[in-house]
Design a binder for this molecule. Structure first.
Ligand code: PEP
Ligand code: MG
Length: 573
């Protein structure tokens, strides 16, 4: 048995599919004669062009004409005699292999475009990267691993998945996910949870030990991974799966409820975090009372270009429609850190979590920000929308973001576009500098949402995705708890709503403390909603307030854990 960290509940089993991005560099050099290599290049280009025509048709069917244009543009690049074909052919004539020559030329083209602060040019750099990679694979006859459409059930085993890989996962056939890296607050873990895929992360050495095609079982609660379970172990796992199924059944009644009440009748709001409109329907099905966090950056991933105003507008309106009158908080673009948007051609950074991220990018690339804001304001006429800015660390940033938002709204109104001019403009509370100045921010923001994933990593100086420091990462640290308390108090003093959308909001043991600190809105991954709603029905305000009073006096994590354990024993007989 292998041990990792369970991050998305459920028992999963199936044959192993190892997801490896093949390193093709060692295979680039072996060359035939220049004539043979030139022929390989010509064949690969023809095949790729045929594939692009197929993909363009499919994209037009599934996503509209605009999306199919990407593949037409790729074919135009493959036919570019001067910039693409001639330079590769020259290098082949000079003795390079077709794969090496193509790889070198596409890298040159990508580098020429990369780093330029212009969205269109950045998108072109991503086109060259994507196309260059596909051409080299075609020449070498290597299939690209695809996670989007699988033929049979599998358990995916990988070093780590990028957030963009994770949103592409085939939800029908991927029965589980085991990663060597990542922690509970990594985006891979968060997304797996939202998608209801049992997942274990931080399972060291699993790639070497798991055998392609052999059965693997995992328990996304306990973090256990079984490579060759004995019959007894299998029976025990099946029993656990059965128990979980029965538990889901007993929770059915809480899924159907539309409100969340504590034992003493206090009302809290239980909302859901989503990464796109497609998750909103599931969230409503799971009984959410609103969308507390729509991570809009996922609209920008897995594509060679950037979404335009129209496309974003449609995604936001779709979400509001699916939310059927429930409030929806959409967070503006939060890229950087571990969330890459290839189309933006952002430079590599030594400390990406401390670098060119989120609101910093948006205030620097104002047109990109205004495009998103126009789409948001236009959508605001169609439902109950709130706009939220990520990674605010200074008051000036909030003021500037609000000013750009207001100007955008005014421009639209002048043009006679229907908008809701009173859309609330709030902010993520996820940087310690903002938490310390929570009172000042509460005077200028319409609402707060506490992002404990980043707040924890920045307060404790512990990378949220690095398993080496995983044990040091905890929202139960007194410093984090006191910052959370300060944020909730500041919001209450100024009378603005305060939600929590970080993973701590869905931590059953932590919830009584949050309730005791006065938190009234919790936004969690939607499959957790029924269970959390039941938990609230067992909590009473006074007991939780007493727990909070004690926790705020604690000076070590251990003291807080002891208090939480005692409260959990009392609430969960
Ligand atoms: C957070 O930091 O807690 C948060 C909700 O944002 P993200 O996980 O997308 O960084
Ligand atoms: Mg964050």
């Amino acid at each position: 048995m292998e041990q990792g960290v369970g991050v998305s509940a459920g028992i999963g089993f199936g044959p192993v599919l190892k997801y490896l991005r093949a390193d093709l560099s060692s295979r680039l050099q072996c060359a035939g004669t220049p004539g043979q290599e030139a022929q390989k290049l010509a064949d690969a280009i023809e095949e790729l062009k045929r594939e692009n025509v197929r993909l363009a048709k499919k994209a037009a069917r599934q996503a509209g004409e605009q999306e199919s244009g990407i593949f037409e543009a790729h074919n135009a690049i493959l036919e570019d005699e001067e910039e693409v074909l001639a330079p590769i052919q020259e290098q082949i004539a000079a003795g390079k292999s077709a794969a090496q020559a193509a790889s070198d030329r596409f890298r040159e083209l990508e580098e020429a475009m990369g780093g330029v602060k212009d969205e269109c040019i950045g998108a072109r750099a991503a086109d060259f990267r994507d196309l260059g990679e596909r051409l080299v694979r075609q020449i070498l006859g290597v299939d690209a691993p695809s996670l989007e459409r699988l033929e049979e059930d599998v358990v995916l085993v990988a070093r780590d998945l990028s957030p963009s890989d994770t949103v592409m996962l085939d939800l029908v056939h991927i029965k589980g996910l085991v990663c060597e890296e990542g922690g509970p607050a990594s985006h891979t873990a968060i997304l797996a949870k939202a998608m209801g895929i049992p997942a274990v992360v931080g399972c060291k050495g699993i790639l070497a030990r798991a055998e392609q095609g052999r059965q693997l079982w995992l328990d996304g609660d306990s973090g256990e991974v079984f490579l060759q379970p004995t019959e007894e172990e299998k029976a025990a796992l099946q029993k656990r799966a059965e128990k979980q199924r029965r538990r889901r059944e007993t929770l059915e009644v809480y899924r159907k409820k539309q409100t969340t009440l504590t034992r003493d009748g206090d009302c809290v709001r239980l909302s859901a975090n989503i990464a796109g409109p497609q998750e909103c329907a599931l969230a409503v099905e799971n009984g959410c009372e609103g969308i507390g966090l729509f991570r809009s950056e996922f609209l920008y991933m897995n594509r060679p270009d950037l979404p335009g105003e129209e496309e974003q507008f449609r995604a936001y309106v779709r979400t509001l429609e699916l939310a059927r009158g429930r409030p929806v908080t959409i967070r503006t673009l939060d890229i950087g850190g571990d969330k890459a948007v290839p189309a933006m051609g952002l430079p590599a950074e030594a400390n990406p979590f401390l670098g060119y991220r989120a609101i910093r990018v948006c205030l620097d690339r104002e047109e990109l920000f205004r495009t998103q804001l126009r789409a948001l304001y236009r959508a605001s006429a169609k439902g109950r929308l709130r706009i939220m800015f990520p990674m605010i660390s200074r008051l000036e940033e909030l003021r500037q973001a609000k000013q750009i938002a207001r100007q955008t709204a005014e421009e639209l109104a002048r043009r006679g576009v229907e908008i809701d001019a009173r859309v609330q403009l709030g902010m993520m509370m996820e940087v310690p500098s903002a938490a310390v100045l929570a009172d000042e921010f509460a005077r200028e923001a319409d609402f707060f949402s506490i992002g404990t994933n980043d707040l924890t990593q920045y307060t404790l100086a512990v990378d949220r995705g690095n398993p080496l420091v995983g044990p040091l990462y905890s929202h139960c640290q007194p410093a984090v708890v006191r910052l959370i308390a300060g944020i909730i108090r500041a919001a209450a003093r100024r009378g603005i709503p305060c939600c929590m959308c970080g993973e701590a909001a869905g931590d059953s043991r932590f919830i009584p403390l949050l309730l005791g600190l006065g938190l009234k809105e919790f936004s969690v991954s939607s499959p957790r909603i029924p269970e959390i709603r039941r938990l609230f029905s067992r909590l009473d305000g006074q007991g939780c307030a007493e727990l909070a009073r004690r926790a705020l006096k604690a000076s070590t994590e251990q003291e807080i854990q002891t208090l939480l354990n005692a409260a959990a024993d009392a609430a969960l007989p």
